[in-house]
Design a protein. Sequence first.
Length: 129
Amino acid sequence: MKRSGVLNRHLAGALAELGHGDGVLVCDAGMPIPPGPRVVDLAFRAGVPSFAEVLDGLLAELVVEGATAARETDAANPAAARLLAGRFPELELVAHERLKALSSGARLVVRTGEARPYANVLLRCGVFF
């Protein structure tokens, strides 16, 4: 058994398969999930686990070279906007409809139990060297 880090076997396995440039969508419970990407659904109850908990857990495991979120997040969910701005100083902002379109190219979707709108970010994997 793993000692620390991501303990969910489906998520740990999916993370191990990611490579440079792969997309990982971390999303709230309401985000439409496109057909195609592998999905690890962590949602248990409304708000559990939170977007922040899952995002921080993933950032501890992944090298991320870029991130994209919806421009509407700032008005609709200021807490999520502050979280994202703090984690990604060069966060790319696009229209929410564009984020949904981009998510179809993600390799992995990690659905949280977050029940506040626009708690979504598309991560682009980097390399550790």
